[in-house]
Design a protein around this ligand. Structure first.
Ligand SMILES: Cc1ncc(C[n+]2csc(CCOP(=O)(O)OP(=O)(O)O)c2C)c(N)n1
Ligand SMILES: [Mg+2]
Length: 569
């Protein structure tokens, strides 16, 4: 039997800790259990010996752990690691797994697995009731629909290769979560004598040259080209290239803002003004999951649809049925500069004149749109209240502040009024709600020099397990400010009832008990109970002072909430 105390012994858990550090993982977002003991021991040993290791960040809830990892990746671009307790912890990841999948987060989720053996001479053997109760027929099945890849480490000596492989899969385009089960005995076994070196993911894909040339010709001859983007800003460098291409062609850019993809104050920025699609003759889809919603807008059937994306086919979305004429599998950060060069080579005087005319015409139209946005924020009408509050927030935010958006039915108001620079705004187009507050903890860990502000609905704030998020963020030294758009409702779940059943029973009854969140909790007291603080804001003019104070609170290491009272929905 191995001597588990001798200095020469290197177990698989120790190998895991070193491997994570070598993969570039800065933080291990952990909620531990009986089966993570070897990893906790290995982390302590690494801290004591100053061996490379990720910093453990204790998260009071698993949804918080994975959401924090997501935020960290947004802000740092790094691969992530989350560690949870067996089946129970895996189930508690909940909707965060969906968010990690759709946002292409290169994260490896490690989960314990009940020990197999009752033999007391086997280190890590079963030693409590719970080891029978927490063993499931197929623990990995929880991840099956959402993960890219799952595997169990059968023996300590296999751990190195399996973990390297997990990161290779998670980091390869289209990126996404991988899941590794770690039986306790395997963690306590010796590591393999030969550690597996890093298995590098493929380099980003460049577009097929012929296809790119064809796309450039189609765009160059277009009369009314429109760009639709969702997360081209995942690599902030790509934003500058997108600006060049759109300026050249004079085309509006519809930005669904899963990231900040286009400078919001640019004259060609069209926000979510999907009406631009109604008259388009060429549509260029860039890193966008939902090009348009047919129930809202249908582009002309004659429009030519071009697409550049690392995942053009989107096989994980069963009904992704869009008429794409020419799809190029490529990283837009590589493809857009090449597209710009192709367009410049095609710039005859006739084309240049047409592009310039288009640019003037689109600029004029979008300037009108921007004036309407401003007047909405200036109106005293209740429907202008979110715009007014968010405009006040935008003006009060310091330039280095990072915003996470989970505003749900006030998302449009955020798009209209909040204008950050690329790399300073994160959304997610596909939320299992609740990611923003914990995401803010991850962003703050990755970019500690920036104030970090989660702008979320009151429902979304609560979905984020705010008690766990606030406590975990403060404990980790990564506090955030949450701006709660408090309309005392799940408005998004009320509107469809009214839309689908106008003057129906629910409308006539008028109480909507399934969606009303009043009486509203005292969010400031909630923050205080966990060591934070905050302010209630009733009027836009009071928002700057409240935010300033909350940023000071954040500066002192505590979380703060700004409870923005909106008309009840
Ligand atoms: C985890 C999860 N549960 C439920 C939903 C369904 N859902 C979508 S929007 C919404 C209401 C969100 O409320 P809030 O954040 O206050 O935004 P509002 O609709 O009021 O603008 C709900 C419950 C969801 N998307 N995710
Ligand atoms: Mg609400």
């Amino acid at each position: 039997m191995e001597d588990h105390t001798g200095p020469a012994f290197r177990d698989a858990a120790t190998e895991l800790v070193g491997t994570l550090a070598d993969e570039g993982v800065e933080h291990l977002f952990i909620n531990p259990g009986t089966d993570t003991a070897p990893v906790q021991e290995a982390l302590a040993a690494a801290r004591t010996n100053a061996a490379p290791h990720p910093r453990a960040v204790l998260c009071m809830h698993e949804f918080v752990a994975l959401s924090a990892a997501m935020g960290h990746h947004f802000a740092s671009g790094r691969p992530q690691a989350v560690m949870v307790h067996v089946d129970a912890g895996t189930l508690n990841l909940g909707g965060a797994i969906h968010n990690a999948q759709r946002n292409r987060i290169p994260v490896v989720i490690f989960a314990g697995r009940s020990p197999y053996s009752t033999a007391t001479e086997i280190p890590g053997h079963r030693d409590s009731f719970i080891h029978w109760q927490q063993e499931q027929l197929d623990q990995q099945a929880v991840l099956r629909a959402f993960g890219k890849w799952t595997m169990e480490v059968p023996r300590g000596r296999e751990l190195s290769g399996i973990v390297r492989r997990a990161y290779q899969v998670a980091r390869s385009d289209p990126r996404g979560p991988a899941y590794v089960m770690l039986p306790r005995e395997a963690l306590m076994e010796p590591a393999g004598e030969q550690a597996t070196p890093r298995l590098r993911p493929p380099r980003p894909a460049a577009p097929d040259p012929d296809g790119l040339a064809e796309a450039a010709r189609i765009l160059a001859d277009a009369r009314r080209p429109v760009v639709v983007t969702g997360r081209t800003g995942a690599r902030p460098g790509a934003v500058a290239s997108l600006v060049q291409v759109s300026e050249l062609l004079g085309c509006p850019v519809i930005d669904h803002r899963d990231r900040l993809n286009f400078p919001p104050r640019h004259p060609l920025y069209a926000g979510e003004e999907v009406d631009e699609l109604r008259s388009a003759d060429v549509i260029l889809l860039l890193d966008v999951e939902v090009p348009w919603v047919p129930a809202q807008v249908t582009p002309p059937a004659s429009a030519t649809v071009l697409q550049i994306d690392v995942d053009c086919v989107k096989a994980t979305m069963p009904s992704w049925i869009y008429p794409v004429d020419l799809a190029l599998t490529a990283d837009t950060a590589l493809a857009l500069p090449l597209l710009e060069a192709e367009l410049r080579a095609l710039a005859t005087p006739e084309r240049t004149g047409r592009w310039r005319d288009r640019r003037s015409e689109v600029t004029r139209r979008l300037a009108d749109m921007r004036r309407q946005w401003a007047s909405l924020a200036g109106s005293q009408a209740p429907e202008g209240a979110p715009d007014a509050m968010l405009q006040a927030l935008d003006k009060a935010l310091p330039p280095e502040a990072i915003v996470l958006e989970e505003a749900v039915t006030n998302r449009g108001a955020v798009v209209r009024q909040i204008a950050r620079d690329p790399g300073f705004h994160y959304g997610t187009g596909s939320p299992a709600l609740g990611w923003a507050v914990a995401g803010a903890l991850g962003v703050k860990l990755a970019r500690p020099e920036s104030p970090v502000i989660a702008v979320c609905g009151d429902g979304s704030f609560n979905f984020g397990v705010p008690t766990a998020a606030i406590w975990s963020a403060q404990k980790a030294g990564a506090p955030f400010v949450a701006v709660i758009l408090n309309n005392q409702a799940y408005r998004a779940s009320k509107l469809p009832v009214q839309r689908l059943y106008p003057k129906g029973s629910a409308d006539v009854e008028g109480t909507f008990p399934e969606t009303g969140l009043s009486p509203a909790p005292d969010y400031v007291q909630l923050a205080r109970a966990y060591g934070g603080d905050g302010h209630v804001v009733e009027r836009p003019e009071d928002l700057p002072a409240a935010l300033d104070h909350c940023l000071e609170i954040q500066g002192s290491g505590r979380c703060a909430v700004v409870d923005v009272r909106l008309p009840a929905s």
